[in-house]
Ligand binder design. Structure first.
Ligand code: ZN
Ligand code: ZN
Length: 391
């Protein structure tokens, strides 16, 4: 592992920061897996892998950024020269190769991979099509695969540093959820957008660097799971689905980890139908959290929530998967969905978020982030799960 073993020689007695040790361990794991899979080179563009491996978040510009990983060679980070000052150098992890606008970064990458090389090269799933097509024409002997084939199983298992930041993010989101549930954020008589603005401001005040989304779906709008909060005024005795999250930054680095929580509240005493429906949802969500044990296939966790909602007669109103992994990206592996037979592993972090959506009438969802551990599932979100009645 050239890029990793180099560290001792280059840095000598200088102690490495804990964060750099995590990057170094991840690079070593990725290179091990490349070797196992017969992947000669991996080209990591913008997307979650880059900060996960280097601490650097590339803007999704038309100018190309590529971390070039090759078996037995030191990693090189090709960045546009205009972006280079933003890169925190970690000489023990990678060497920086800024490219000027008069240069062609795909030519540089192709030369590093080897123009006559044959074999498999992995490229970021979220690289531009232009990057892929340009590389394919320069590397005719290579077969291209998605870098996630190499990195996903590693990224899906969060290390202690990642779980620490995810927990901080979840608790920050919990405090905002508690403010909604207590009535501190007024709902009835205000528009969804106003409430969404309040929630976003509170996410920042509670420690997020960035707001990813704030969904406020009131009354019939709650039946659209990804509703765009709009100018509808929230009425009395309506359910309001509040789903929001952002990013909490890693100290000393330009990236962070996501929060994502949903709580449903009701403005005034709920009807018997809403109360009954909510009890079904709450039971299904809690059962799915409890089912999320190490070794259990992800699809079985989905089935637990789905079968309970089905049995109560609301199955046709539960129109999405039960959850998604979370980390640097809002949505990543593992997906808690029918068809995903991969067993949960210790360190997997994911949402459990069943919902019931009755078109034209109302919706409800409860969402927590959960970590699978050898001691059982650990919910990172602890905000109250009961149906809060607010003003
Ligand atoms: Zn959510
Ligand atoms: Zn979610």
């Amino acid at each position: 592992m050239g890029g990793v073993s180099r560290s001792a020689a280059v840095t000598g007695a200088t102690p490495r920061s804990p964060l750099v040790q995590f990057f170094s361990a991840r690079l070593a794991r990725v290179q091990e897996r490349m070797e196992e899979m017969g992947v000669r080179s991996a080209l990591v563009s913008h997307g979650g892998e880059l900060p996960w491996l280097t601490g650097y978040t590339a803007m999704p510009l038309e100018r190309v950024t590529l971390l070039v990983l090759r078996l037995g060679e030191d990693p090189q980070l090709l960045v546009p020269a205009v972006e280079a000052p933003r890169v925190v150098a970690h000489d023990e992890l990678f060497s920086l190769r800024p490219w000027r606008d008069s240069e062609d970064p795909l030519d540089i990458a192709a030369d590093l991979v080897g123009r006559r090389a044959r074999g498999v090269v992995a490229l970021s799933d979220r690289a531009w099509a232009g990057t892929l097509l340009g590389l394919q024409s320069r590397l005719p002997g290579m077969r291209f695969v998605c870098v996630s084939e190499v990195t996903s199983p590693i990224r899906a298992v969060k290390d202690s540093h990642e779980i620490g930041v995810l927990r901080d993010a979840a608790h920050a989101a919990d405090r905002v959820a508690a403010a909604v549930q207590s009535g501190e954020v007024p709902l009835a008589g205000r528009t969804e957008s106003e409430v969404a603005g309040d929630i976003g401001a509170r996410l920042i005040a509670e420690g997020h660097d960035h707001v990813n989304f704030t969904i406020v779906g009131s009354g019939p709008n709650g039946a659209s799971p990804h509703h765009d909060s709009g100018d509808r005024t929230i009425g009395e005795r309506e359910t309001v689905v509040c789903d929001f999250g952002g990013k909490v930054g890693v100290r000393g680095a330009s990236f962070g980890y996501c929060s994502d929580i949903t709580r449903t509240v009701v403005t005034g005493s709920p009807s018997a139908e809403i109360t009954e429906c909510y009890e079904v949802l709450k039971g299904a969500q809690a059962a799915a959290v409890q089912a999320a044990r190490v070794g259990v296939p992800a699809e079985d966790v989905d089935a637990v929530a789905r079968s309970m909602i089905d049995a109560a007669g609301y199955g046709k109103y539960f129109i999405h998967r039960t959850g998604h992994g979370i980390g640097i990206d809002e949505h990543e592996e593992p997906y808690i969905v029918a068809g995903n037979t991969t067993p949960l592993a210790p360190g997997n972090a994911f949402s459990i978020e069943p919902g019931i959506y009755v078109p034209g009438r109302f919706g409800m969802r409860i969402e927590d982030i959960v970590v699978a551990t050898d001691e059982g599932p650990v919910p990172l979100n602890v905000a109250d799960h009961s149906l809060a009645v607010v003003g």
